[in-house]
Structure formats: structure tokens, C-alpha cells
Design a protein around this ligand. Structure first.
Ligand SMILES: Nc1ncnc2c1ncn2[C@@H]1O[C@H](COP(=O)(O)OP(=O)(O)OP(=O)(O)O)[C@@H](O)[C@H]1O
Length: 461
């Protein structure tokens, strides 16, 4: 996506000289010959960068005042000042007011391009930092090698380049946002912003201000909307099923024209934004209940991507657990730990109703609550009890009275039978995994099952 640069100078020659240099490098430019025009261009759409002359004689505001006005509305937009006279005082004042850097007349093309490139990169890093701080843990790695995840990865690569709208569905905590971030990162917009708007629990008024921004007045501050901030990049509508119906109607039109009006304003703002939506609810059901607009559904659901629950890709659990262990150790400086085979087997057997997010939280908790040396194993006993609470009733063993009525040898045999049958069922009949979990040799388990008469067709290696 081309960056959108606003050039502000009262000399026509300078404006077209800079525009020529920048356009040759693939930037998109707009020009303004006065401070008033500059401010209305900024108001029409937030630029990626402003190049602003310090001396603008016939303008209502001089360069410094214009800088202040731009910074007040958009402190995140970098402004590079042009100065004709190497006046240190003015330079200092501009820096104090947030100017990113200076270029002096007459121009050196190399220097101009270098400063522009640096300013845009610096703003991108700041934005990413802000996003990281705001959404700590929002990483962009889709860990997993099961066929469903490998297919998903391929679909992401394929669809990312097309620019189509995508609807990502799947239960909470499965990694829908990770998928959206990956799409953005693999697309032509990767250097543009990635903006997330959470649609849950927002009133229609707040939602519209968040999306479209607002013109300031006595009652409210001016605000740049997510649509405008996402220009040249991607906007993620998280949990889109919760978007108020009124806003749904408005966004249908915006998706079509990529143009909207800020709350309280009348000037149309044109943007170029790729919209991705996520949902953990069944949108077709919401349409039937008349809580979601069908036309919006069709517009968003150009390419559907599905992220399956964690229990449907159990074999990714060990790799995910390992990934969170090392990531958490790196982030905190805590020792690097490993999971023991029986701990891995227990994580593998659990159903994870909170999906990957729950697994990540369990791992973090383990690292904090079970301190140990570098490389020291985390054993099955250290796992939180919630992991065992959804075990089948028979494993918790409700046959106490029956057992109590038996001599030891028979009681032991009954217990073993119940215990092993349940464990084998838990691991879907897989002997290696069962053996691993219960801490027995695979061949010994085979023999044991046979001797207890529970060696059926469902058992596999
Ligand atoms: N395959 C994965 N590889 C690495 N990390 C993952 C993976 N899936 C999820 N995560 C991590 O798990 C957490 C939850 O993922 P994410 O927020 O993407 O889920 P979600 O489906 O968008 O959840 P919700 O619907 O609740 O918003 C995040 O910290 C994310 O980084």
C-alpha cells in the first residue's frame, strides 16, 4: 500500500519538486499551498506523513502553529519540517512541538528520501509498540502442525494476497485474532496499520464514534475513527455478531464505498481499508433471530476461515505448551522448563473449553506457581486440579462400596480394570499415549489389558 504524504508549502515549485521525488519512489502525495488547505486535507483523511514548510507568509497560521494544530488532532502523524533559513531557535521550537525532523532548502534528494523513510518507519514502530502494549501477548505465530492447522496456514497465505474480506469463525480463544494478524502480515498492506475494534459491549453511539471518528464541539473532543486510522491497512471487527444493528446498517454502505462521514460532521472521508471480521457465534442463527443483517453477512463473508477448537487438534497441544513455556521464560527471565511425559499426556487428554487461551494461562500459572531450575521438569502433579475435574465419573471412582465388599486381590483387579478401561477410552484407544500417561511400558500395558479382558478392537498403537 502506498503511503499518503501531504506536502505543505506556499511555493508551487517546491511542492511539485517534492511530489515528483516522492512519487518516483512509489509514495502517493497530496499538496496544500496554505495552512488552511493543509488542515482541511488532514481533516479529509489522516495522512501517513506531513512535510511542512516553517515559513508560510500568506497563510493564516505559520508553520509552527500549523504543526501544533496537526499534532493536537493527530499526535501519531509524523511531521517533517522544511526550513529555508538554518534558524536554530525555530528548529528547537518545532522539535519541542513534536516535529520529527528537518530538511533544509535547497533539497538534497537523498536526504529527503531518507528522512521520509525514517519518519514513516519510526511511526510504524511506535504504532506497533502501542498495539503491543495495548494488546500484550498479541503475537503472530500460528503454532501447530496438525492437518487442520497446516491447511489453515495455506488458506491464510492464499487469501492474504487477494485483499478480499474475510470472516474468521471459531470458539473463543482458538486464535482467530492470530489468524487475522497473519493475513495482514502476509498481505500487500503489511506495512500499514492493523487496527482492532472489539464490537462486544459497546453502545451504538460509542461504536460509531470509534469506527468513524467525531468532529469536536463544545460537548465532545474530536476523535479519529478506527476506519481512518486503518487507512492503507487492515481493520479487524472482533466479535462482529455483537455490533449494534444501527451500526451494522451504516457499515454495509461504508464497506461498499469506502467512504463515510464522521459523527457530527458532513465532509465525506475516503479510505482504503481491508476489513476482516471474527465471530465466535453462529451468524446465520443471528440472522434468523433478526439480530444480524444478512447483507452485512454476505459482504463480510467473502472468504470464510474456520479455526477449530483445541480438542479437535489435540496433537498440537505439546508444541503449543512448549512454545508458551519458552515464550514466557524469555519474556520474564524465569528459568526455561520442560514438561514431563505424564504432564504432557494430561494436557493432551484435557478438553480445553477455553481453547488455546486457557492453555496459555495454565502454562503461565505453572511457571509462576511451580518455581524450578533451568531445564527442571514440570511434573503431572504440579498441574492445576481444573485439568482433572472433567474426567469421566468412573475415573474418579464411584465403586468404593463395591470394592469394600471384596477381598484385596479381587478389589485390586476391579480397580485396575475400571482404571485402565477409562484411561484407554480417554486416549481414544491409543496404547502408546495411554502407556505414557499412566507410566507403564507399552508392551506391559498390552499384556495387562489382555489379561484383564479389556483388549478390544478399538485399541491401536
Ligand atoms: N496457534 C497458535 N499459536 C500461538 N499462539 C496462539 C495460537 N492460537 C492462539 N494463540 C494465543 O492464544 C491467545 C488467544 O488467541 P486469540 O486472541 O487469537 O483468540 P480468539 O479466537 O481471537 O479469541 P476471542 O474470540 O476470545 O477473542 C492469544 O494470546 C494468542 O496469541
Amino acid at each position: 500500500m502506498a503511503h499518503d504524504i501531504l506536502i505543505v508549502d506556499d511555493e508551487e515549485d517546491i511542492r511539485s519538486l517534492i511530489a515528483g521525488i516522492l512519487e518516483d519512489e512509489g509514495y502517493t502525495t497530496r499538496a496544500a499551498g496554505s495552512s488552511q488547505q493543509a488542515l482541511s486535507e488532514v481533516a479529509a483523511r489522516r495522512p501517513t506523513l506531513v512535510i511542512l514548510d516553517i515559513w508560510m507568509e500568506a497563510s493564516q497560521h505559520d508553520g509552527i502553529e500549523t504543526l501544533k494544530l496537526i499534532q493536537r488532532e493527530h499526535p501519531e502523524v509524523p511531521v517533517v519540517m522544511i526550513s529555508g533559513h538554518g534558524n536554530i531557535e525555530t528548529a528547537l521550537e518545532a522539535s519541542r512541538n513534536g516535529a520529527y525532523d528537518f530538511i533544509e532548502k535547497p533539497f538534497n534528494t537523498e536526504r529527503l528520501l531518507l528522512v521520509v523513510e525514517r519518519a514513516i518507519e519510526d511511526a510504524r514502530l511506535r504504532r506497533e509498540n502501542r498495539e503491543l502494549i495495548m494488546r500484550a501477548g498479541g503475537d503472530v505465530e500460528l503454532v501447530g502442525t496438525t492437518p487442520v492447522i497446516s491447511n489453515l496456514r495455506q488458506s491464510i497465505e492464499r487469501v492474504a494476497r487477494t485483499g478480499s474480506r474475510i470472516l474468521i469463525s471459531g470458539p473463543a480463544g482458538t486464535g482467530k485474532e492470530v489468524v487475522a494478524r497473519l493475513v495482514h502480515r502476509s498481505s500487500a498492506r503489511a506495512n500499514g496499520p492493523f487496527v482492532v475494534l472489539n464490537c462486544a459491549n459497546i453502545s451504538p453511539e460509542t461504536m460509531e464514534e470509534s469506527l468513524f471518528g467525531a468532529v469536536g464541539n463544545a460537548a465532545r473532543d474530536a476523535r479519529t475513527g478506527m476506519m481512518e486510522i486503518a487507512h492503507g491497512g487492515t481493520l479487524l471487527l472482533d466479535e462482529v455478531a455483537d455490533m449494534p444493528l444501527e451500526t451494522q446498517g451504516k457499515i454495509v454502505r461504508v464497506l461498499q464505498d469506502q467512504t463515510f462521514v464522521r459523527v457530527g460532521g458532513s465532509t465525506p472521508v475516503s479510505v482504503d481499508v481491508r476489513v476482516i471480521a471474527t465471530t465466535s457465534r453462529d451468524l446465520e442463527e443471528k440472522i434468523e433471530e433478526q439480530k444480524f443483517r444478512q447483507d452485512l453477512y454476505y459482504r463480510l463473508n467473502v472468504v470464510p476461515l474456520e479455526v477449530p477448537p483445541l480438542f479437535a487438534r489435540r496433537d498440537d497441544i505439546p508444541e503449543l505448551a512448549d512454545y508458551f513455556l519458552s515464550r514466557y521464560a524469555d519474556a520474564t527471565g524465569l528459568p526455561r522448563r520442560k514438561l514431563s511425559p505424564e504432564a504432557i499426556a494430561a494436557l493432551h487428554a484435557y478438553d480445553w473449553p477455553g481453547n488455546v487461551r486457557q492453555l496459555k494461562n495454565v502454562i503461565e500459572r505453572l511457571m509462576i506457581m511451580s518455581p524450578g531450575e533451568n531445564g527442571q521438569m514440570i511434573s503431572g502433579k504440579m498441574l492445576p486440579s481444573e485439568l482433572f475435574s472433567d474426567m469421566p465419573e468412573s475415573l474418579v471412582f464411584d465403586k468404593t462400596s463395591e470394592i469394600m465388599a471384596l477381598p484385596l486381590r479381587e478389589a485390586r483387579e476391579l480397580f485396575e480394570k475400571e482404571y485402565l478401561q477409562t484411561q484407554v477410552d480417554r486416549f481414544g484407544g491409543n496404547i502408546s499415549k495411554t502407556a505414557n500417561f499412566i507410566g507403564m511400558e507399552r508392551s506391559a500395558l498390552h499384556r495387562k489389558l489382555k489379561s484383564l479382558g479389556i483388549y478390544g478392537d478399538r485399541v491401536t498403537d
